[in-house]
Design a protein around this ligand. Sequence first.
Ligand code: PLP
Length: 393
Amino acid sequence: MNPSNQANHVMPTYARFPLTLKQGKGAFVWDEAGKSYLDFVSGIAVNTLGHAHPDLVKTISEQAATMLHCSNLYHIPQQNALATRLCQLSGLNSVFFCNSGAEANEAAIKIVRKYFFDQQSPRRHIITATQSFHGRTMQTLTATGQDKIKVGFDPLPLGFQHVPLNDIQALSKAIDDNTAAILLEPLQGEGGVHLAQAAYLQAVRQLCDKHGILLILDEIQTGVGRCGTMFAFEQAGIRPDILTLAKGLGGGIPIGAMLASAQVSPALNAGSHGSTFGGNPMSCAAALTVLEVIERDDLLSNVQQRSAQMQTGLQNLVAQYDCFDEVRGQGLLLGLAANIDVAPIIHACREHGLLILGAGPQVLRFLPALTITAAEVEQALFLVEKSMQGMHT
Ligand SMILES: *Cc1c(COP(=O)(O)O)cnc(C)c1O
């Protein structure tokens, strides 16, 4: 059946590619006609272990046959186990589970406000970076440092302010007696693959400590191994007070998490926040398996090696084509910045059997599964090159 005949009743919130994906295995997906594609999108950094990973399939099948959902009115062993593991890995103290990135950031905003309320402090404002992306709910779209996603949604909630990333002076100047928290992505994904420099993050941490304000890191896209360490913040040698995760955590099962330090954790208690689906046995079992496989198969080393390989290949493209300016990013969240609209390149790659995505109009973004092999990276680079040869840029 022609998918366009069916799509009329889905609200048109996405400009979709003319493609219906039917099946996936590892790094490959197949469309309805049986054509295969090498997947360097991974459902936007979600399919951490690739498609149909046997361990994840097994966990999900067994959990579905045992219990999908029971409500947070009861104790959930899988939730306890996942929270323990995430706290061991991050050095934070406790976890609130939800179902998406925006919800994790909503929980982060709520815990910050409540933390200062409990202290009878007037601090309520949150500073974020320009070009950031934090979600599509009213609070998180207001936190987002991109005007285009706010148009038409007035009145917006109060208490957010934006400063340029990697400009510690601008941040320092923006802090006042109302500042409660600074919210940053260690590596901006949607906003164009812009890295927060390690020295900047260290200076931000110092500013937060000096003023008694909280540091929230949004690792919804960068976390769970994507950047070559379990969390991107490890590479700057700092730790946030609050950390948000989602996309890659469940390997394709929806789950979000907001982690907080021992100092901040008590601010949310019974009655102050909740989620019907958050932390159900199914999503927590899936996330536990994702974390186990990352560790068991030493996927962090794979991310680092494949990243180096990928960056070398992309640098060659920068040297070869005037339309490419630079390679950016970390681990397997890499951007190839162009000086032209990249939509035709994404289209050409798709025609040649490679799925990639943009990060803004002039940046190509590569987000393969953490299980990607050297041969698959080689093939992806070959397909980008082949796509470029057929174009007039
Ligand atoms: C995708 C993303 C979000 C929003 O996550 P949803 O699950 O779409 O709500 C928030 N922050 C960052 C950094 C993201 O990449």
